[in-house]
Design a protein around this ligand. Sequence first.
Ligand code: AHG
Ligand code: MN
Ligand code: MN
Length: 341
Amino acid sequence: MQSRVPLTRYLIEKQRKQQCIDDDLRLLIEVVARACKAISAYVSKGELGNILGSTNSTNVQGEVQKKLDILSNEILLDATEWGGHLAGLASEEMEKPYSIPKEYPRGKYLLLFDPLDGSSNIDVNISVGTIFSVLQHTGDNQEVDEGSFLQPGYKQVMAGYTLYGPSTQMMLTLGDGVDAFTLHKEHGTFMLTERGVKIPEETQEYAINMSYQRHWYPPMTRYVQELLAGETGPRGKNFNMRWVASMVADVHRLLTRGGVFIYPRDQRDPSAKGRLRLMYEANPMSFIVEQAGGMSTNGLQRMMDIQPEELHERVAVFMGSKKEIEVVTRYHQEYAAQQSD
Ligand code: AHG
Ligand code: MN
Ligand code: MN
């Protein structure tokens, strides 16, 4: 029987054969995976772990932090700060970048993460996830500041997410496709379960929070009207709507069986660029989606070409099966061109 390949062997072989990772990046992926195992264990304890519910604090986005948001953030910091591979870290749950404590050596990578995505789902026992992204620290100075992180998404050297669902799954890209791992909980090891994940071309599903419809801009309404028209409309087929409200779970579904995930900007706050965060939500997921043959834009341009201006910058998100993202992006571009005439 062909035995499954554990993450450690996968990474060592990748380093040996393809030389697309060095020792530091390999160890960084290992420690991030270890942190995700710990988060997975806490998430699955549920009520028995005394970790459900909210804290009294809010994060930099003004959102109430869940106990598990904070715990997951601490687990990721504890797992990664001492290894010597990082120059600095940044997280949804920390206003400023986190400097590596003086007693530890510094490395050349920057790690960004959303420690727990979809955490509003945690109290109702619905899937949540961790999203992570690695950039290179290019400055000569070993000190990092917010500016060190403000690199467009195409500069990511690695991105991934871990989905805490009925099983715990991790998807990784190093820029040469997407590979999937499943946590063998009894062995405590991530096992390679699929190589070269590809987003199916044919799409029958969309993940969009339809309750904001009345606030949408015209190109979004135009696109969704076409989906809703089903067989009798321009798409000539019926679509299903699925919305978990955990980006990780919604994007994982489209990687598995095709579809689109859209969170547009809307007229509730015309000055807001969107709801999701560019650096540690949209960019890592875009890297994975593109590497799986899909497409990701902010409605007007390729997501990973955006030059970030702030660490916690928000962005509109359109990602998934290429043909659909091309259509909805074109509608937004046409509308923007009309508005500027
Ligand atoms: P987070 O829990 O990290 O703040 O992210 C939640 C995000 C995303 O996962 C999800 O798609 C979206 O927020 C849901 O937002 P709405 O409740 O506005 O639909
Ligand atoms: Mn999130
Ligand atoms: Mn989060």
